[in-house]
Design a protein around this ligand. Structure first.
Ligand code: ADP
Ligand code: MG
Length: 399
Protein backbone atom coordinates (compact mmCIF):
# COMPACT_ATOMS: atom_id res chain seq x y z
CA UNK A 1 0.00 0.00 0.00
CA UNK A 2 1.37 3.40 -1.06
CA UNK A 3 0.37 6.58 0.76
CA UNK A 4 0.71 10.20 -0.35
CA UNK A 5 3.47 12.00 1.55
CA UNK A 6 3.87 15.78 1.53
CA UNK A 7 6.77 17.82 0.20
CA UNK A 8 7.68 21.41 0.98
CA UNK A 9 5.66 22.68 -2.00
CA UNK A 10 2.49 21.12 -0.64
CA UNK A 11 2.61 22.93 2.69
CA UNK A 12 4.79 26.07 2.53
CA UNK A 13 2.84 29.06 3.88
CA UNK A 14 -0.31 26.92 4.16
CA UNK A 15 -2.65 26.51 7.11
CA UNK A 16 -2.27 22.83 7.88
CA UNK A 17 -4.57 20.72 10.05
CA UNK A 18 -2.67 17.80 11.59
CA UNK A 19 -4.57 14.79 12.92
CA UNK A 20 -2.26 13.31 15.55
CA UNK A 21 -2.80 10.47 17.99
CA UNK A 22 -2.44 12.29 21.30
CA UNK A 23 -4.75 9.95 23.19
CA UNK A 24 -2.43 9.80 26.19
CA UNK A 25 -3.05 8.51 29.71
CA UNK A 26 -3.76 11.21 32.32
CA UNK A 27 -3.21 11.14 36.08
CA UNK A 28 -4.59 13.88 38.35
CA UNK A 29 -5.02 16.23 35.42
CA UNK A 30 -1.52 15.80 33.93
CA UNK A 31 -0.13 13.60 31.17
CA UNK A 32 1.32 10.44 32.78
CA UNK A 33 2.93 8.91 29.66
CA UNK A 34 4.21 11.19 26.88
CA UNK A 35 5.17 8.47 24.38
CA UNK A 36 2.47 9.39 21.86
CA UNK A 37 3.19 13.11 22.12
CA UNK A 38 6.88 12.44 21.52
CA UNK A 39 5.95 10.29 18.52
CA UNK A 40 4.02 13.19 16.98
CA UNK A 41 7.03 15.57 17.05
CA UNK A 42 8.84 14.57 13.81
CA UNK A 43 5.79 15.45 11.71
CA UNK A 44 5.23 18.77 13.46
CA UNK A 45 8.92 19.72 13.22
CA UNK A 46 9.09 18.77 9.54
CA UNK A 47 5.98 20.82 8.74
CA UNK A 48 7.48 23.74 10.66
CA UNK A 49 10.76 23.48 8.71
CA UNK A 50 8.70 23.47 5.51
CA UNK A 51 7.08 26.74 6.61
CA UNK A 52 3.56 25.52 7.41
CA UNK A 53 1.18 27.09 9.93
CA UNK A 54 0.26 24.14 12.09
CA UNK A 55 -2.87 23.25 14.04
CA UNK A 56 -3.24 19.88 15.74
CA UNK A 57 -6.39 17.91 16.49
CA UNK A 58 -6.76 14.63 18.39
CA UNK A 59 -9.22 12.72 20.48
CA UNK A 60 -8.57 11.99 24.14
CA UNK A 61 -10.33 9.26 26.08
CA UNK A 62 -14.03 8.52 25.64
CA UNK A 63 -16.08 11.65 26.30
CA UNK A 64 -18.92 10.19 24.18
CA UNK A 65 -19.80 13.29 22.18
CA UNK A 66 -19.94 15.89 24.95
CA UNK A 67 -17.44 18.14 26.74
CA UNK A 68 -15.84 16.56 29.83
CA UNK A 69 -13.62 19.02 31.74
CA UNK A 70 -11.17 16.26 32.75
CA UNK A 71 -10.62 15.34 29.07
CA UNK A 72 -9.79 18.79 27.70
CA UNK A 73 -6.64 19.03 25.58
CA UNK A 74 -5.02 21.72 27.73
CA UNK A 75 -2.58 19.43 29.64
CA UNK A 76 -1.66 17.77 26.35
CA UNK A 77 -0.97 21.18 24.79
CA UNK A 78 1.31 22.02 27.74
CA UNK A 79 3.22 18.75 27.38
CA UNK A 80 3.55 19.22 23.61
CA UNK A 81 4.84 22.77 24.13
CA UNK A 82 7.46 21.57 26.62
CA UNK A 83 8.65 18.78 24.29
CA UNK A 84 8.81 21.14 21.28
CA UNK A 85 10.83 23.71 23.22
CA UNK A 86 13.24 20.94 24.31
CA UNK A 87 13.73 20.07 20.62
CA UNK A 88 15.03 23.57 19.87
CA UNK A 89 13.11 23.49 16.60
CA UNK A 90 11.98 27.10 16.70
CA UNK A 91 8.45 26.42 17.96
CA UNK A 92 8.09 27.90 21.44
CA UNK A 93 4.34 28.13 22.05
CA UNK A 94 1.39 25.77 21.78
CA UNK A 95 -1.85 27.73 21.97
CA UNK A 96 -4.76 25.70 23.31
CA UNK A 97 -8.16 26.61 21.84
CA UNK A 98 -11.11 25.17 23.76
CA UNK A 99 -13.03 24.40 20.56
CA UNK A 100 -12.62 22.49 17.27
CA UNK A 101 -14.66 24.75 15.00
CA UNK A 102 -16.00 28.30 14.77
CA UNK A 103 -14.76 31.78 15.70
CA UNK A 104 -12.37 30.83 18.52
CA UNK A 105 -10.43 28.61 16.11
CA UNK A 106 -10.54 31.16 13.27
CA UNK A 107 -9.26 33.92 15.54
CA UNK A 108 -6.42 31.78 16.90
CA UNK A 109 -5.31 30.89 13.38
CA UNK A 110 -5.59 34.49 12.16
CA UNK A 111 -3.30 35.58 15.03
CA UNK A 112 -0.90 32.65 14.61
CA UNK A 113 2.80 33.23 13.97
CA UNK A 114 5.03 30.51 12.45
CA UNK A 115 6.75 29.79 15.78
CA UNK A 116 3.48 28.68 17.38
CA UNK A 117 1.25 25.62 17.08
CA UNK A 118 -2.49 25.72 17.70
CA UNK A 119 -4.00 22.81 19.64
CA UNK A 120 -7.70 22.30 19.06
CA UNK A 121 -10.08 20.75 21.60
CA UNK A 122 -10.73 17.02 22.02
CA UNK A 123 -12.49 16.01 18.80
CA UNK A 124 -14.72 13.54 20.64
CA UNK A 125 -16.41 16.36 22.57
CA UNK A 126 -18.51 16.63 19.41
CA UNK A 127 -21.12 13.97 18.55
CA UNK A 128 -20.31 14.48 14.85
CA UNK A 129 -16.77 13.14 15.28
CA UNK A 130 -17.42 9.43 15.68
CA UNK A 131 -20.46 9.60 13.35
CA UNK A 132 -18.24 11.13 10.66
CA UNK A 133 -20.92 13.78 10.32
CA UNK A 134 -20.51 15.66 7.05
CA UNK A 135 -21.33 19.09 8.49
CA UNK A 136 -18.94 18.70 11.43
CA UNK A 137 -16.19 17.58 9.05
CA UNK A 138 -16.84 20.59 6.81
CA UNK A 139 -16.63 22.99 9.77
CA UNK A 140 -13.47 21.32 11.05
CA UNK A 141 -11.79 21.63 7.64
CA UNK A 142 -13.07 25.15 6.95
CA UNK A 143 -10.16 27.31 8.27
CA UNK A 144 -7.49 25.08 6.70
CA UNK A 145 -5.82 24.51 3.32
CA UNK A 146 -4.11 21.13 3.83
CA UNK A 147 -4.79 18.02 5.95
CA UNK A 148 -2.00 15.80 7.29
CA UNK A 149 -3.02 12.57 9.00
CA UNK A 150 -0.29 11.14 11.24
CA UNK A 151 -2.61 9.15 13.53
CA UNK A 152 -2.17 5.53 12.55
CA UNK A 153 -3.83 4.41 15.82
CA UNK A 154 -7.20 5.73 14.62
CA UNK A 155 -6.84 4.82 10.94
CA UNK A 156 -9.34 1.98 11.39
CA UNK A 157 -12.06 4.45 12.38
CA UNK A 158 -14.08 6.45 9.85
CA UNK A 159 -14.40 9.59 11.93
CA UNK A 160 -14.77 13.25 10.93
CA UNK A 161 -11.20 14.13 11.93
CA UNK A 162 -9.68 11.10 10.15
CA UNK A 163 -11.87 10.62 7.06
CA UNK A 164 -14.48 13.39 6.74
CA UNK A 165 -12.00 16.31 6.65
CA UNK A 166 -10.04 14.61 3.86
CA UNK A 167 -12.98 15.21 1.52
CA UNK A 168 -12.50 18.96 1.82
CA UNK A 169 -8.72 19.34 1.79
CA UNK A 170 -5.71 17.90 -0.03
CA UNK A 171 -4.76 15.05 2.32
CA UNK A 172 -1.31 13.60 3.06
CA UNK A 173 0.12 10.97 5.38
CA UNK A 174 2.57 12.09 8.06
CA UNK A 175 5.89 10.29 8.73
CA UNK A 176 4.56 8.17 11.60
CA UNK A 177 1.69 6.95 9.44
CA UNK A 178 4.11 6.20 6.58
CA UNK A 179 6.46 4.26 8.86
CA UNK A 180 3.63 2.14 10.29
CA UNK A 181 2.20 1.27 6.91
CA UNK A 182 5.62 0.46 5.50
CA UNK A 183 6.44 -1.84 8.44
CA UNK A 184 3.09 -3.60 8.44
CA UNK A 185 3.19 -3.99 4.66
CA UNK A 186 6.36 -6.04 5.10
CA UNK A 187 4.15 -8.45 7.04
CA UNK A 188 1.19 -8.46 4.65
CA UNK A 189 2.97 -8.21 1.26
CA UNK A 190 5.51 -10.91 0.40
CA UNK A 191 6.92 -11.52 3.89
CA UNK A 192 10.33 -13.21 3.87
CA UNK A 193 9.85 -16.91 4.72
CA UNK A 194 9.56 -18.67 7.07
CA UNK A 195 6.89 -16.23 8.23
CA UNK A 196 5.98 -17.09 11.82
CA UNK A 197 3.11 -15.46 13.73
CA UNK A 198 2.57 -15.55 17.49
CA UNK A 199 -0.96 -14.79 18.64
CA UNK A 200 -2.18 -14.51 22.20
CA UNK A 201 -4.13 -12.18 24.42
CA UNK A 202 -7.54 -12.34 25.85
CA UNK A 203 -10.36 -12.60 23.37
CA UNK A 204 -10.30 -14.89 20.39
CA UNK A 205 -13.23 -12.85 19.04
CA UNK A 206 -10.89 -9.83 18.61
CA UNK A 207 -8.48 -11.96 16.62
CA UNK A 208 -10.76 -13.98 14.35
CA UNK A 209 -10.16 -11.86 11.22
CA UNK A 210 -6.44 -12.05 11.93
CA UNK A 211 -6.53 -15.85 12.32
CA UNK A 212 -8.55 -16.15 9.11
CA UNK A 213 -6.35 -13.84 7.09
CA UNK A 214 -3.10 -15.47 8.18
CA UNK A 215 -4.32 -18.90 7.13
CA UNK A 216 -2.49 -19.64 3.88
CA UNK A 217 -0.17 -16.62 4.25
CA UNK A 218 1.92 -17.48 7.31
CA UNK A 219 4.01 -20.63 7.54
CA UNK A 220 3.21 -21.15 11.22
CA UNK A 221 0.77 -19.56 13.64
CA UNK A 222 1.69 -20.20 17.27
CA UNK A 223 -1.22 -19.65 19.63
CA UNK A 224 -1.00 -18.74 23.32
CA UNK A 225 -3.02 -16.61 25.75
CA UNK A 226 -6.63 -17.23 26.59
CA UNK A 227 -7.40 -17.74 22.87
CA UNK A 228 -6.07 -21.26 23.32
CA UNK A 229 -9.04 -22.37 25.37
CA UNK A 230 -11.83 -21.50 22.95
CA UNK A 231 -9.81 -23.28 20.25
CA UNK A 232 -9.27 -26.24 22.60
CA UNK A 233 -13.01 -26.43 23.23
CA UNK A 234 -13.55 -26.45 19.46
CA UNK A 235 -11.31 -29.52 19.40
CA UNK A 236 -13.50 -31.16 22.06
CA UNK A 237 -11.18 -30.70 25.04
CA UNK A 238 -12.34 -29.56 28.46
CA UNK A 239 -10.48 -26.58 29.85
CA UNK A 240 -11.73 -26.22 33.45
CA UNK A 241 -12.26 -22.60 34.52
CA UNK A 242 -10.10 -21.19 31.70
CA UNK A 243 -11.49 -18.22 29.80
CA UNK A 244 -13.71 -19.46 26.95
CA UNK A 245 -15.90 -17.50 24.55
CA UNK A 246 -18.73 -20.01 24.12
CA UNK A 247 -20.26 -18.01 21.26
CA UNK A 248 -17.13 -18.38 19.17
CA UNK A 249 -16.48 -22.09 19.55
CA UNK A 250 -18.12 -22.83 16.18
CA UNK A 251 -16.09 -20.15 14.41
CA UNK A 252 -12.95 -21.65 15.96
CA UNK A 253 -13.92 -25.10 14.68
CA UNK A 254 -14.18 -23.65 11.14
CA UNK A 255 -10.83 -21.95 11.52
CA UNK A 256 -9.13 -25.15 12.66
CA UNK A 257 -10.61 -26.93 9.62
CA UNK A 258 -9.36 -24.16 7.29
CA UNK A 259 -5.86 -24.45 8.74
CA UNK A 260 -5.91 -28.22 8.33
CA UNK A 261 -6.57 -27.74 4.63
CA UNK A 262 -3.96 -25.02 4.17
CA UNK A 263 -0.17 -24.97 4.09
CA UNK A 264 -0.14 -22.96 7.34
CA UNK A 265 0.59 -24.89 10.50
CA UNK A 266 -1.58 -23.90 13.49
CA UNK A 267 0.47 -24.67 16.61
CA UNK A 268 -1.44 -24.97 19.88
CA UNK A 269 0.39 -25.35 23.22
CA UNK A 270 1.23 -28.88 24.27
CA UNK A 271 1.04 -27.77 27.88
CA UNK A 272 -0.15 -24.80 29.93
CA UNK A 273 0.42 -23.28 33.36
CA UNK A 274 -2.72 -23.60 35.46
CA UNK A 275 -3.78 -22.12 38.78
CA UNK A 276 -6.85 -21.93 41.00
CA UNK A 277 -6.82 -18.16 41.44
CA UNK A 278 -4.90 -15.52 39.45
CA UNK A 279 -4.84 -12.91 42.23
CA UNK A 280 -3.70 -15.23 45.03
CA UNK A 281 -2.50 -18.45 43.42
CA UNK A 282 -2.22 -21.13 46.12
CA UNK A 283 -1.66 -23.89 43.57
CA UNK A 284 0.32 -23.55 40.36
CA UNK A 285 0.92 -26.53 38.07
CA UNK A 286 2.06 -27.41 34.57
CA UNK A 287 -0.59 -29.45 32.70
CA UNK A 288 -0.92 -31.02 29.28
CA UNK A 289 -3.58 -29.09 27.37
CA UNK A 290 -5.89 -32.11 27.40
CA UNK A 291 -5.51 -32.64 31.14
CA UNK A 292 -6.72 -29.41 32.73
CA UNK A 293 -8.87 -30.18 35.79
CA UNK A 294 -12.29 -28.68 36.48
CA UNK A 295 -11.20 -26.22 39.20
CA UNK A 296 -8.13 -25.04 37.25
CA UNK A 297 -7.67 -22.23 34.77
CA UNK A 298 -4.95 -21.88 32.17
CA UNK A 299 -3.00 -18.66 32.68
CA UNK A 300 0.16 -19.11 30.58
CA UNK A 301 1.76 -21.40 28.01
CA UNK A 302 3.55 -24.31 29.71
CA UNK A 303 7.22 -25.21 30.03
CA UNK A 304 7.43 -27.55 27.01
CA UNK A 305 5.50 -25.07 24.89
CA UNK A 306 7.91 -22.23 25.73
CA UNK A 307 10.76 -24.31 24.31
CA UNK A 308 8.67 -25.47 21.34
CA UNK A 309 7.67 -21.89 20.44
CA UNK A 310 11.29 -20.75 20.81
CA UNK A 311 12.35 -23.45 18.37
CA UNK A 312 9.62 -22.45 15.88
CA UNK A 313 10.85 -18.84 16.09
CA UNK A 314 14.55 -19.65 15.80
CA UNK A 315 14.58 -20.00 11.98
CA UNK A 316 11.90 -17.39 11.22
CA UNK A 317 12.72 -14.66 8.69
CA UNK A 318 9.59 -12.63 9.44
CA UNK A 319 7.78 -12.51 12.79
CA UNK A 320 4.49 -10.88 13.70
CA UNK A 321 3.45 -10.99 17.34
CA UNK A 322 0.21 -9.88 18.90
CA UNK A 323 -1.08 -10.70 22.37
CA UNK A 324 0.71 -11.84 25.51
CA UNK A 325 1.10 -15.59 26.07
CA UNK A 326 -0.35 -15.42 29.56
CA UNK A 327 -1.57 -13.13 32.32
CA UNK A 328 1.80 -11.35 32.23
CA UNK A 329 0.63 -8.68 34.70
CA UNK A 330 0.92 -11.31 37.47
CA UNK A 331 4.24 -13.01 38.08
CA UNK A 332 5.05 -15.86 37.50
CA UNK A 333 2.47 -15.94 34.67
CA UNK A 334 4.74 -13.71 32.58
CA UNK A 335 7.14 -16.60 31.90
CA UNK A 336 5.63 -17.59 28.54
CA UNK A 337 5.59 -13.99 27.31
CA UNK A 338 9.21 -13.57 28.40
CA UNK A 339 10.15 -16.81 26.61
CA UNK A 340 8.66 -15.57 23.33
CA UNK A 341 10.35 -12.16 23.72
CA UNK A 342 13.67 -13.91 24.39
CA UNK A 343 13.23 -16.13 21.35
CA UNK A 344 12.64 -13.09 19.13
CA UNK A 345 15.66 -11.34 20.67
CA UNK A 346 17.72 -14.46 19.95
CA UNK A 347 16.87 -14.21 16.23
CA UNK A 348 18.01 -10.69 15.28
CA UNK A 349 18.16 -11.64 11.59
CA UNK A 350 14.38 -11.85 11.47
CA UNK A 351 12.22 -8.82 10.68
CA UNK A 352 9.93 -8.62 13.71
CA UNK A 353 6.79 -6.55 14.26
CA UNK A 354 4.77 -6.38 17.45
CA UNK A 355 1.30 -4.80 17.58
CA UNK A 356 -1.41 -4.56 20.21
CA UNK A 357 -1.93 -2.47 23.33
CA UNK A 358 -1.02 -5.01 26.02
CA UNK A 359 1.61 -6.71 23.86
CA UNK A 360 3.57 -3.47 23.60
CA UNK A 361 3.02 -2.79 27.29
CA UNK A 362 4.40 -6.25 28.10
CA UNK A 363 7.48 -5.69 25.91
CA UNK A 364 8.23 -2.37 27.57
CA UNK A 365 7.62 -3.73 31.06
CA UNK A 366 9.78 -6.80 30.48
CA UNK A 367 12.54 -4.77 28.79
CA UNK A 368 12.52 -6.31 25.31
CA UNK A 369 11.43 -3.34 23.19
CA UNK A 370 14.92 -2.83 21.73
CA UNK A 371 15.04 -6.32 20.20
CA UNK A 372 11.96 -5.75 18.00
CA UNK A 373 12.35 -4.32 14.48
CA UNK A 374 9.08 -2.38 14.61
CA UNK A 375 6.70 -1.76 17.48
CA UNK A 376 3.35 -0.63 16.16
CA UNK A 377 1.77 2.30 17.97
CA UNK A 378 -1.69 1.40 16.71
CA UNK A 379 -3.25 -1.46 18.64
CA UNK A 380 -6.58 -2.08 16.91
CA UNK A 381 -5.43 -0.49 13.65
CA UNK A 382 -2.41 -2.78 13.30
CA UNK A 383 -4.58 -5.85 13.96
CA UNK A 384 -7.07 -4.79 11.29
CA UNK A 385 -4.27 -4.03 8.83
CA UNK A 386 -2.63 -7.43 9.28
CA UNK A 387 -6.12 -8.95 9.39
CA UNK A 388 -6.56 -7.79 5.79
CA UNK A 389 -9.34 -5.29 6.52
CA UNK A 390 -9.52 -1.99 4.69
CA UNK A 391 -8.67 0.94 6.98
CA UNK A 392 -10.85 3.95 6.09
CA UNK A 393 -8.27 6.44 7.41
CA UNK A 394 -5.67 5.04 4.99
CA UNK A 395 -7.97 4.82 2.00
CA UNK A 396 -8.24 8.65 1.89
CA UNK A 397 -4.43 8.91 1.79
CA UNK A 398 -3.71 6.20 -0.77
CA UNK A 399 -1.86 7.17 -3.95
P1 ADP B 1 -3.34 -6.86 22.89
O1 ADP B 1 -3.83 -5.61 23.58
O2 ADP B 1 -1.84 -6.92 22.86
O3 ADP B 1 -3.97 -7.05 21.55
P2 ADP B 1 -5.25 -8.45 24.29
O4 ADP B 1 -5.98 -7.20 24.64
O5 ADP B 1 -5.89 -9.36 23.34
O6 ADP B 1 -3.77 -8.09 23.79
O7 ADP B 1 -4.99 -9.31 25.60
C1 ADP B 1 -4.17 -8.88 26.64
C2 ADP B 1 -4.65 -9.50 27.92
O8 ADP B 1 -4.79 -10.90 27.79
C3 ADP B 1 -3.65 -9.31 29.03
O9 ADP B 1 -4.17 -8.35 29.93
C4 ADP B 1 -3.52 -10.69 29.68
O10 ADP B 1 -3.63 -10.65 31.08
C5 ADP B 1 -4.68 -11.45 29.07
N1 ADP B 1 -4.43 -12.89 29.01
C6 ADP B 1 -3.43 -13.53 28.40
N2 ADP B 1 -3.51 -14.86 28.60
C7 ADP B 1 -4.60 -15.08 29.36
C8 ADP B 1 -5.21 -16.24 29.91
N3 ADP B 1 -4.71 -17.44 29.71
N4 ADP B 1 -6.34 -16.06 30.63
C9 ADP B 1 -6.85 -14.83 30.84
N5 ADP B 1 -6.32 -13.70 30.34
C10 ADP B 1 -5.20 -13.81 29.61
MG1 MG C 1 -5.70 -5.11 24.51
Amino acid sequence: MQLRSYSENDVRGKKVLVRADLNVPLKSGAVSDETRIAASLPNIIKLHEFGALISVVSHLGRPRGEPKPELRMEPVALALERLLIAQNCGINTVTYVPDCTGTAVEEAIAAQSPDTVVMLENSRFYPGETKNDAEFARQLAQPFEVFVNDAFGTAHRAHASTVGVAEHLPAFAGPLMLREVEALSRITEHPAKPFVVVLGGKKVSDKLPLLQNLCGRADRVLVGGAMVFTLARALGLSVGKSLVEERHIDACRDIVADYNESATKLVLPEDVTVTDDIESPANIANRRLAEIEDREMGVDIGEMTRDAFALQLSDAATIFWNGPMGVFEHKPFDAGTIAVAEAIAANPEAYSVVGGGESVEALNKLGFAASISHISTGGGASLEFVGGLELPGLKTLAV
